[in-house]
Design a protein around this ligand. Structure first.
Ligand SMILES: Nc1ncnc2c1ncn2[C@@H]1O[C@H](COP(=O)(O)OP(=O)(O)OP(=O)(O)O)[C@@H](O)[C@H]1O
Ligand SMILES: [Mg+2]
Length: 357
């Protein structure tokens, strides 16, 4: 009988992932902590173990009812490593008849274990790439939908608001033009009305444009805008340190960084249960800036176990935004150890910017 127990990417739990029949029926339903049972011992120590007789007498052995250990006499358990030191899981072989597993058996099992480990690692990579691809597609769809929505909103604002005012404006101006020679008072009234409409049209233009770029960025600049995001994480102590000269970044880069900081803080508010979060934006070397949002909250497991397919946009959206400005996004997180989002964006000196005042 052969069992493959795979270590999860948190490196804490081994899950029965493959088994010869009839135990394939319990695949996924048997888990062991690292250190638990002989399998856990092998994972914890990275060394093979062999039990030939009376395995129950070995303190490391643990009876698992689903696997019916009473039917088997001897067992060999070897670590599966994809490369030295990189434990992927544990491979166990049990025999009905007593069998003296020797050094050659253990070596053979270890090399079979490495083959399986290699396959598991590439399957994981493949799954990660596929999920990333799906997330990218979902994001692209969302962007297109958002752009469409944005376009409709702008069209409506131009059509219903701005162009109506301009029609009115033209009307008052023609009336003023007709009256200017004969009735100067009337003409002045028409011009005053036209001026009012011009002002209204201008206000509506501002409102329409404000929807495209967070207005706070123009009003306050990037540093103060990011600082103003404090309000979105009410019960958390937020530390903001932005050390990037105003105007050093292109507008679309500012918008992306602002939106990423906004979503990262939103996540802190929603998921982290943090006491403290620090947001920094600084130069990283001479040709890049780095945004970091780090909290001391509960953190989360970065692994993508099967079945954990998520319908969330936050992290993938942040990554896509970073990539759209040629940047990269890294997430550092572990359960119990907080979360840090790190975005690094290259800064391309605008032509002539060195001579700019
Ligand atoms: N700062 C954080 N602390 C703890 N867990 C986090 C943090 N940021 C993200 N997570 C975890 O990662 C998951 C994915 O985050 P993501 O922003 O992609 O989705 P979401 O916030 O759940 O939903 P959405 O952002 O689409 O509204 C979250 O559901 C949460 O479990
Ligand atoms: Mg989110």
């Amino acid at each position: 009988m052969c069992f493959v127990h795979v270590l999860d990417t948190d490196r804490r739990v081994l899950t029965l992932t493959g088994a010869t029949p009839p135990y394939d029926a319990v695949v996924g339903r048997v888990t062991l902590a690292v250190g638990e049972g002989l399998t856990g011992w092998v994972a914890a120590n990275g060394r093979p173990a062999v039990l030939i007789d009376d395995k129950r007498a070995d303190p490391r052995y643990r009876y698992i009812s689903e696997l019916q250990g009473e039917r088997y006499t001897s067992m060999a358990s070897v670590p599966m490593t994809s490369r030295p030191g990189a434990l992927v899981g544990v491979l166990n072989v049990h025999t009905v008849e007593r069998r003296v597993f020797g050094g050659a058996d253990v070596r053979l099992l270890s090399s079979i274990g490495s083959l399986v480990a290699g396959a598991i690692v590439s399957a994981r990579l493949h799954r990660r790439v596929a999920e990333r691809e799906q997330a990218r597609e979902r994001f692209a769809e969302r962007i297109v939908a958002l752009q469409e929505g944005e376009r409709r909103r702008l069209a409506a604002e131009i059509h219903d608001g701005i162009s109506q005012r301009i029609v009115g404006l033209a009307f008052y101006l023609s009336a003023a033009a007709d009256a200017v020679a004969t009735d100067a008072t009337f003409a002045a009234q028409q011009i005053a009305a036209a001026r009012l409409l011009a002002r209204e049209a201008l206000d509506e233009t501002r409102v329409a444009i404000a929807g495209l770029r967070p207005p706070v960025l123009d009003d306050l600049g990037l540093g103060a805008s990011i600082a103003s995001l404090r309000r979105s994480v009410p019960d958390v102590d937020v530390d903001v340190d932005v050390d990037v000269a105003p105007g050093a970044l292109a507008e679309h880069v500012e918008t992306a960084l602002y939106r990423i900081a906004q979503e990262a803080l939103q996540n802190v508010a929603k998921h982290a249960g943090a006491e403290h979060v620090s947001v920094t934006l600084r130069a990283a070397g001479t040709d890049a800036v780095e945004l970091r949002v780090g909290d001391d909250g509960r953190g989360f497991a970065l692994d993508d176990r099967p079945g954990a397919a998520r319908v969330s946009y936050g992290l993938s959206g942040m990554r896509e935004r970073a990539e759209l400005i040629s940047g990269t996004l890294r997430v550092q997180s572990r359960p119990g150890a907080g979360t840090t989002i790190i975005v690094r964006v290259p800064v391309i000196q605008a032509a002539g910017s060195s001579s700019r005042e």
